[in-house]
Design a protein around this ligand. Structure first.
Ligand SMILES: Nc1nc2c(ncn2[C@@H]2O[C@H](COP(=O)(O)OP(=O)(O)OP(=O)(O)O)[C@@H](O)[C@H]2O)c(=O)[nH]1
Ligand SMILES: [Mg+2]
Ligand SMILES: [Zn+2]
Length: 213
């Protein structure tokens, strides 16, 4: 009996479109960052901080993925950056095709940086490449230092891991040491960048790591 593996087809199709997006971005000298994190980790706050510190000569734009609403896109617009909102209507991750359409709508000229805020979810976004240059995973201190142990897939795939809300460390039992050890078991390459999107601490260092990757 021939069995059709539907998941495999979905992933293969997504990979093809992701490769197309990657080529499209390369032609235009655009670096695209796939930012993945849980709900409320500080994705939008961090995007706004990163763009504030963008070096001159680089253009920038944002693709906002959300199940519903334009709350985050409105914040990016208010800060003066071009943005395209994707509403998945319940879907829990972005796919390459959605991002491909948004890229065309954004129509940014390079050299520049495009940050994609993926849906708040530590599980399936990692299974769908978007054509990104790098995967930035953001975790935040109130979530606890055990997240790499509980959601290994996303931490294993990360190129950079930003540990956000470090301004809250004095009030929490989050151990940077324990978190780093848990990451090292999964991923020796990922660069760890402690940041506070509230105070701006660590943001310049994170941005230069992103632009070097
Ligand atoms: N103390 C502190 N609060 C932060 C920091 N970064 C973000 N926040 C707060 O955390 C909350 C969520 O921040 P957002 O930037 O909306 O987080 P998000 O990950 O984009 O959230 P969703 O898009 O809803 O998943 C807001 O109240 C922010 O003000 C930080 O570094 N320190
Ligand atoms: Mg957000
Ligand atoms: Zn999903």
């Amino acid at each position: 009996m021939n069995e059709i593996n539907i998941n495999q087809n979905i992933f293969e199709q997504n990979e093809q479109v992701a490769a197309h997006n990657r080529a499209w971005l390369k032609e235009r000298q655009l670096t695209m960052v796939n930012l993945m994190a849980s709900p409320g980790a500080g994705k939008t706050s961090l995007i706004l901080q990163l763009l504030k510190h963008l070096p001159q000569g680089l253009s920038a734009g944002v693709i906002e993925g959300d199940v519903a609403s334009s709350v985050d896109a409105d914040k990016v617009t208010a800060a003066g950056w071009p943005v395209v909102q994707i509403n998945t209507g319940g879907g829990c991750h972005l796919e390459a095709q959605m991002v491909g359409q948004a890229l065309k709508q954004l129509n940014l000229s390079g050299p520049g940086l495009i940050i994609v805020e993926n849906i708040g979810n530590l599980i399936c976004p990692v299974d769908f490449n978007l054509g990104e240059s790098l995967k930035l995973v953001v975790t935040s201190t109130p979530e606890g230092d055990d997240k790499p142990l509980k959601y290994p897939g996303i931490f294993a795939a990360a190129d950079i891991i930003a540990i956000n809300k470090i301004d809250l460390l004095p009030h929490l039992d989050f151990s940077l040491e324990k978190f780093s050890q848990a990451v090292k078991l999964l991923n020796q390459q990922a660069k760890l960048c402690p940041v506070s999107a509230r105070s701006g601490d660590g943001v310049v260092s994170l941005l230069s790591t992103m632009l070097k990757s």
